[in-house]
Design a protein around this ligand. Sequence first.
Ligand SMILES: *Cc1c(COP(=O)(O)O)cnc(C)c1O
Length: 826
Amino acid sequence: MTGDGGNMAYNSRIEGFRQNEFPMLRDEVYLDHAGTTLYAKSLVDKFAADMTSNLFGNPHSASFSSQTSTSRIEDVRLRVLQFFNADPSEFDLVFVSNATAGIKLVTEAFRGHALGFDYLYHQACHTSLIGVREEATHNHCLDNAGVDSWLGGTNPFTDLSHHDSPLLVAYPAQSNMDGSRFPLEWADQFRRSQAASHRPTFTLLDAAAFVATSPLDLSNSETAPDFTVLSFYKMFGFPDLGGLIVRRQAAPIFRSRKYFGGGTVDMVVCLREQWHAPKSQALHESLEDGTLPIHSIIALDSALDVHRRLFISMKDVSSHTSFLSQRLYDGLATLKHSNGQPVCLIYSQPSLTSKQVGTPLGNGPVVSFNLQNHLGGWISLVEFEKLAVLKKFHVRTGGLCNPGGIANALNLAPWEMKRNFSAGFRCGTDNDIMSGKPTGVIRVSLGGMSTISDVDRFIAFIIEFYLTENIPEFISPALVPDPPSLPNMSVKGITVFPIKSCGGFHIPTGVAWEVRAEGLAWDREWCLVHRGTGQALSQKRHPRMALIRPVIDFSKGQLRVSYFGPLLQKILPEVAVPLSANPSLFQASMTSNPMASRVCGEEISAQIYTSREVNDFFTAALGVPCALARFPPGGLGNSMRHAKAHLQKHQKVNRRSQCMIPCQFPGMDTPPDSDSESERQRILLSNESPILAINLSSLEALNRLLTEQGGKAVSPEVFRANIVVGPLTAGSQRFAYSEDHWSSLRIGQQDFKMLGSCRRCHMICIDQETAEKNEEPFVTLSKTRRFDGKVFFGTHMCHLPSPNTSTKETQFPTISVGDKVLVDPV
Ligand SMILES: *Cc1c(COP(=O)(O)O)cnc(C)c1O
């Protein structure tokens, strides 16, 4: 698929540039916001040369270095205005930290107006524009039809008529949600729409998404927006800086702005008299509070140079990205499951052929969509992202800070969004399909650095993983095997993970290990928390945690910890803390601890160790400022957590035995019924349930798939199970995944209840010996063990204490390696 209409010279220029300048990132496919991450070698080299051959001082002094900064900043200001064809006598550019800061600066002016202001905003607005409404006296949101009728002279909003206060109208040049574009002419048309009523009307154009890949032409100052905001990092990747372009005719509104700061005032009198004179020479001087980000502004010079050398012009970027996004759109839109069901529901318009709001603007180079299976079911965005990350695609998913656009695309009514919120949905949570509707989208956003191969690789990825005929049936035994027909099984290994997310401690053969309602003794009782945020660290983010290996040493009464990874600095070979929870080792009173800890987003109160020696050990091992914390059993309130595991839909549970098992847990006030007990099962710091078990027959089946494709078999360690069970003899693949249908286990003398399959993420791709990250086994599992979009391996379970507590085995329940395992004993 080459040579069909694109600018091949452009494409190969970018291919070459990426090979040269991003050799380490060759496999990464950057599809998030323009991908114009230019802060490659050329830009950084150019900027570094500038920085090392000039001394840039703080402006506003007479020194040479200060003068250099001032004049360079003014040169860049002019150069940026010229980039947008904006005549400096008609426009001024105010440097701000990002587009949002530009919006806030405009809002400050209107808020300060003696009569207040009214606000109209388009439905496609970014969250940062919606927030302006909270400062307005009256506000309304308009969709396209609303804009048409407003521009046609109708004002349906009675609260907006007969006012002398200014009216501010805001809309995006391009939606960051789906790439739809809105006409530049609106700016002028809105202003004129109120001419008859003499209401002062101003327009605010959010060009942040638009200017990343399109030329913005402000050559006609009569029709231009009054305020245009943008972010330079979206155009160039670097520097992190924003701009507010003000049409000088609208400048007087800034006289209403009340705040002044260092840099924006000429004289201030305090104490007995309060008086100040705002800077009045140049508009930008009166608006740039505090010291300017001097070096960032100067870096824009290098960014503009490299941009011109590489892309020639914004028109070239625009036509290249339109071509690419049309190719992506066509590629995704034509994908069908074998039963004819489309794979993608696309919310964006095709980029080259669409005509929106009567203007041939095309669509921005953005394709937003959701994936559906062959039965029309939605694919969870969280699950999609896990795979995309492993396959090195950088894509945004979720609500994208565009609530109006999302509600419109997904057809979510306000009551539905509020219901989802009350039901626990938040930006970035796991459960993203609510009441049969997706709550966000997948957004692929192309830019000047994107290439044909990026697009083709993404389409191939969707075909490989989301087209049903490419996905074998979910591997799960069709029939629930009769427990007696299962092979004889035994416990092959028992492991506890004393410190959450760190290495495991293998229980030696012959040692009887205590099982408790919360799980195996000493499992996940400790964790490492970030010293700044209190967040529990996870191996997902810090793979080297696997190389921190704790040992439970009963003879010394200690948890001893060593680190087996690469080191940047010298650390102790080992640290130890007592197994007994001596209160003097922890930070003072938990109630006075101002910082709560968080595990999996859940607030907990863990006790944080004060020992510098211990905390420095972990900090040095991981290169992250962290502290050891303990979450002992038996806590209350935030010191208590509950299991979240539950039976999954693919599991056919053998009801026969389920009801016969006594369900009594210590510390529970009501006898649980079979549906609620798993919800209430206490856990310590494990993610979901007290105990995780895997079946070696299933691992054998998985490893056969892996090796058949030429891959490496994975070790059972990657699943971080507490209990590994397996048949006494090898070659038991036909019992693979039979655990999906088990409802209970007897291990030795102890009974356990199954709580549901374990949902997996790419943490299983971390080799627990080396801390290296691979694609497997997640990729193969997601082709063979994906159900409802989720990937499963292993099973959650909990211990069932015996109602009879008169024997040694029931008073102190234990299991050992080698114990016989019975499935669903009656
Ligand atoms: C990114 C973006 C913003 C916000 O920009 P910041 O630089 O993060 O403040 C606003 N509007 C649109 C359309 C955007 O794409």
